[in-house]
Design a protein around this ligand. Structure first.
Ligand code: FMN
Length: 205
């Protein structure tokens, strides 16, 4: 059998919480590490990306994939995008090829939908599949302050095995730029996925 072209797929869902830069940088870092990246972007996330970054990303999945490949310098076919109701995507079923999943950033709306198993769009369904198949699921929520609803949903997801990794960068590495703050969070996500990186040294190195 032919060798796969890329390292195992990682699914990155970008939802409409502030911090679109985290998700975009994560896609770039995964592509640079040689992984296939499956990308899901919510409608609200497109608005946040437009508001917070200079990136102009098309909504249609094929064109979005092309734009992300050009941005990150990924190889053709390395980044694939799936639409909101693409129920034929591999992430839509437990019988599809397995992948770890990161929701980054994760809105409180998507957090709540995942915690309650709503599965009303492909992001929610893919997370539901990750939970039921006991696959790695990392949520990167960004909201402040947090209500008891948010906290209870985070607790129940953590009890189900998901990793709650808040978009709360530390300052002990003396960040000089916004990119340094973004890299702090992306490095923590890559650590969780056991993917080597040089974004920032591990503590004690
Ligand atoms: C510029 C902007 C910033 C937002 N920031 C946040 C945020 O930090 N956290 C959050 O939970 N929702 C935030 N929202 C609201 C969500 O986008 C909204 O609740 C949306 O319904 C989430 O949908 P989604 O989970 O399908 O992406 C923001 C919206 C906009 C337009």
């Amino acid at each position: 059998m032919a060798e796969p072209a890329f390292s195992p797929p990682v699914t990155v869902a970008i939802t409409g919480a502030s911090g679109a830069q985290y998700g975009l940088r994560l896609i770039d870092a995964l592509a640079a590490a040689g992984h296939e990246v499956w990308v899901l972007v919510s409608k609200a996330a497109h608005l946040v990306i437009e508001t917070e970054t200079d990136a102009s990303l098309p909504a249609r999945p094929e064109r979005l994939a092309q734009a992300l490949i050009e941005r990150s310098g990924a190889a053709p076919g390395q980044i694939r995008c799936f639409g909101r109701e693409d129920w034929m995507a591999p992430v839509a079923s437990g019988s599809g090829a397995p992948s770890a999943m990161v929701i980054c950033p994760c809105s409180t709306g998507t957090l709540s939908a995942v915690a309650t198993g709503a599965s009303n769009n492909l992001i929610e369904r893919a997370a539901d599949v990750a939970l039921k198949e006991r696959r790695k699921l990392i949520l990167v929520p960004r909201e402040t302050p947090l209500s008891t609803i948010h906290l209870e949903h985070m607790l129940s997801l953590a009890r189900m095995g998901a990793v709650i990794l808040p978009a709360a960068p530390g300052f002990y590495h003396r960040p000089a730029t916004v990119d340094d703050l973004v890299d702090f969070i992306v490095a923590r996500i890559l650590n969780q996925l056991d993917i080597e990186h040089r974004l920032m040294p591990r503590w004690g190195e």
